[in-house]
Design a protein around this ligand. Structure first.
Ligand SMILES: Cc1cc2nc3c(=O)[nH]c(=O)nc-3n(C[C@H](O)[C@H](O)[C@H](O)COP(=O)(O)O)c2cc1C
Length: 245
């Protein structure tokens, strides 16, 4: 490996490590159109199952549309609180502060491009389920490239997926002119953060990596996971990694 390769790896890792979620942006520091295009240029090169590229990216610049989308999320968070869903919800008002605001749309009809039977059989259901996973991984891969490009340009990012339900689809699609058979799957926000971002807890390499065989010491039972959700989740979501033990 040449030193050039190592330099390139280090430059990439600098971007990877410093991509940090921020949920409140500084609207006084706009993102020029050119940067938005540079960010989506990275998405364009993403890998996808069958090279289907089942994605669309809608750039939102109209503050009133951003506000309407933020309103929806704030209301949805209120509904969830009422349902006693104990998820530590962030303040979705922050959405409307994002100078870079891109709605990610997936075309799930492209599951047809993957190995499926399309005969409505039980076996087909299994293949369809897998095809949906392929499609989601594909859109995530392109989206992640865009997030890294935004981070490389000196912005911080926010990946918002708290959507999914029919209500969200019908609230957002008309605002954005999204055809009914496509799906809004997440929103990518980016810009200069309102406050300095902080590095969140990440598992160590030995905690995620096995050689040859799955390392059983990293296996968690359902009880372990429930304990993690109860005792740790809120810390790793909203605290600096140094404050998580
Ligand atoms: C698939 C995916 C979905 C996410 N959905 C949300 C979301 O709906 N709302 C939110 O505030 N953050 C969301 N996030 C951001 C995560 O909370 C964040 O990435 C995580 O806490 C790790 O922090 P980091 O991005 O600073 O490394 C999502 C991230 C990913 C990758």
């Amino acid at each position: 490996m040449g030193t050039q390769d190592l330099d390139r790896y280090n430059a990439l890792m600098e971007v990877v490590r410093n991509r940090m979620t921020t949920r409140q942006f500084d609207p006084a520091q706009p993102v020029p159109r050119e940067h938005i295009e540079m960010v989506l240029e990275a998405a364009r090169h993403g890998p996808s199952g069958a090279n289907a590229q089942p994605w669309h990216f809608i750039v939102v610049t109209d503050p009133s549309v951003k506000k309407k989308i933020a309103d929806y999320f704030v209301e949805e968070a209120r509904k969830r609180a009422k349902l006693k869903m104990k998820f530590p919800t962030p303040n979705y008002r922050g959405l409307e502060t994002a100078p870079g605001f891109v709605v990610v749309v997936a075309d799930f009809r492209f599951v047809r491009a993957f190995p499926v039977l399309l005969d409505g059989s039980d076996l087909d259901k299994l293949y369809q389920q897998n095809a949906e996973r392929i499609l989601l991984q594909s859109v995530a891969a392109a989206t992640m490239s865009a997030h890294l490009a935004a981070a490389a340009l000196g912005y911080q990012v926010w990946w918002v997926t708290a959507i999914g339900q029919d209500d969200a689809q019908s609230a957002m699609k008309p605002l954005l002119g999204v055809p009914n058979d496509l799906a809004v799957i997440d929103i990518m926000c980016f810009g200069k953060p309102a406050k300095p971002p902080y590095k969140r807890w990440k598992k160590t390499l030995p905690q995620i990596m096995s050689w040859e065989k799955f390392d059983r010491k990293n296996y968690m039972s359902i009880a372990d996971i429930d304990r993690w959700v109860e005792e740790t989740r809120h810390k790793v979501m909203y605290k600096d990694e140094s404050k998580v033990d």
